[in-house]
Ligand binder design. Sequence first.
Ligand SMILES: Cc1cc2nc3c(=O)[nH]c(=O)nc-3n(C[C@H](O)[C@H](O)[C@H](O)COP(=O)(O)O)c2cc1C
Length: 184
Amino acid sequence: MKKDLNIVVIEGTTRAQRQSMVVAEFLADVGKSRAGVSVTLVDPAELTLPGDGNDPEAKDPKYTKITEQADAFFIVVPEYNHSFSGSLKRLLDSELQNYIHKPVALAGVSAGPWGGTRAVESLVPVVRELGMAVTFTDVFFPSVQNIFNEDGSPKEEFVRQNVEKAYDELIWMAQALKYGRENL
Ligand SMILES: Cc1cc2nc3c(=O)[nH]c(=O)nc-3n(C[C@H](O)[C@H](O)[C@H](O)COP(=O)(O)O)c2cc1C
């Protein structure tokens, strides 16, 4: 029996001039259009994460609560020097047990032509270590500065189709793992 799902979309940077927020907002909008899904968009610029680690004093209670209630994550991964951003790592590191046995989908974003593939690949061992089950339906946004309209919609229809496919897989995994967490 299917249950309602809370999906958390995480924007992967605090940078003032960030382009990847357009992707995060688009992912959140597509997620909200799916039946039985509610979406929370996490902006790390609105959180306070002093120091490093996951001790109580290094957490933001708002993010702790969001991750407690999450059934799945969709992380926007901007490519910074062929890897992910420091603020994304800092955010993810602040929690541990709230991620375990939950699925995660990854969306790479870059100004260059590779769409953040290197950043996504370098995040895979991190989310695995956090206990998440990573999906195989990554989505990539190369030349992100050129591929969205002013209103935040993608210029090409295949972009939305790729995101819908990623949600198909993420939602399937979220239902299966929610059943497992509640019943096994
Ligand atoms: C510190 C830094 C390093 C970057 N390194 C790369 C890179 O290695 N390859 C690339 O295609 N774009 C690189 N970019 C451009 C970003 O991928 C681009 O700005 C994209 O929009 C995602 O980041 P943003 O959300 O901060 O804008 C870099 C940007 C910054 C700020």
